[in-house]
Design a protein around this ligand. Structure first.
Ligand code: PEP
Length: 256
């Protein structure tokens, strides 16, 4: 089945409003032609209004938040609600990134609460999963992924899955310069799709887009994207520079 690839930049805690404006200007000037894919930029909260303004005339490039609160509103100092994100026209939210899990202690239960809250508000999900090197070496990769998927997606309906992307990001490949080989990535993606098939049936699983994330660069994008179960990429470091984000998109995705 054809699945339109989706390339998402995850800027993490980089680029305030003025860098955001400069990036978008440069990115749009370099992105000539129309790659046959969806493009998303996940900026820090404070840069989202500038991103929205800068992308106003750029059809086809959408905004994501990198996190959201699992609560509606109230006494949650430092948090941002899904309603606030909708108010500034954010369409997607990354949930479950390994940095949120490992540094900020987000459990599968917290991630699941955020996923449900985001769907209630109509936000599209980029749901991140992935194993550590210790887990892979211990031979429990499949158990880890199955648990993350099953607990993260609990209560997420079949309809919600139309607006959900899973990002498989092996933790050992994030920001390390070590990329999973195409064979390792394909094997994990096929497994993820098989778990989604068990949970939702094959029609939904076949439609689901599964991004690969972990040291994607212009020189490895084509090989990874050629794998049958890889449907785009979530890109950290290499998305901070406009030319390299453009090169990943162009190398990973044929023009329309
Ligand atoms: C990420 O942060 O999701 C990521 C994949 O980072 P990097 O591309 O830098 O490995």
């Amino acid at each position: 089945m054809f699945r339109r690839p989706i390339f998402a930049a995850n800027w993490k805690m980089n680029k305030g409003p003025s860098d955001t404006q400069a990036f978008v200007k440069s990115f749009l000037s370099k992105l000539t032609g129309r790659p046959a894919c969806d493009i998303v930029i996940a900026a820090p909260f404070i840069s989202l209004p500038t991103l929205s303004e800068s992308l106003r005339d750029a059809r086809g490039v959408e905004m994501a938040a990198q996190n959201c609160s699992q609560f509606d509103d109230g006494a949650y100092t430092g948090e941002i609600s899904v309603k606030m994100l909708r108010e500034i026209l954010v369409r997607h939210v990354i949930i479950g990134h390994s940095e949120r899990r490992s540094i900020f202690g987000e459990t599968n239960a917290v991630i699941n609460a955020k996923m449900k809250k985001a769907r209630e508000a109509g936000l599209k999900l980029i749901f991140c999963i992935g194993e550590t090197l210790e887990e892979r070496n211990a031979g429990i990769l499949e158990n880890v992924l199955r648990t993350q998927i099953t607990e993260g997606l609990a209560g997420i309906t079949a309809e919600d899955m139309d607006d959900t992307v899973i990002a498989y990001e092996p933790v050992w490949a994030i920001g390390t310069g070590v990329t999973a080989t195409a064979a390792q990535a394909q094997e994990a993606h096929a497994f993820v799709r098989s778990v989604v098939t068990e949970l939702y049936g094959s029609e939904i699983a076949q439609k689901l887009r599964i991004q690969y994330g972990g040291s994607v660069k212009p020189n490895n994008a084509a090989e990874l994207m050629a794998c049958p179960d890889i449907d785009g990429a979530l890109i950290g470091g290499a998305s901070l520079e406009a030319q390299s984000f453009v090169d990943i998109i162009v190398n990973g995705c044929p023009a329309d």
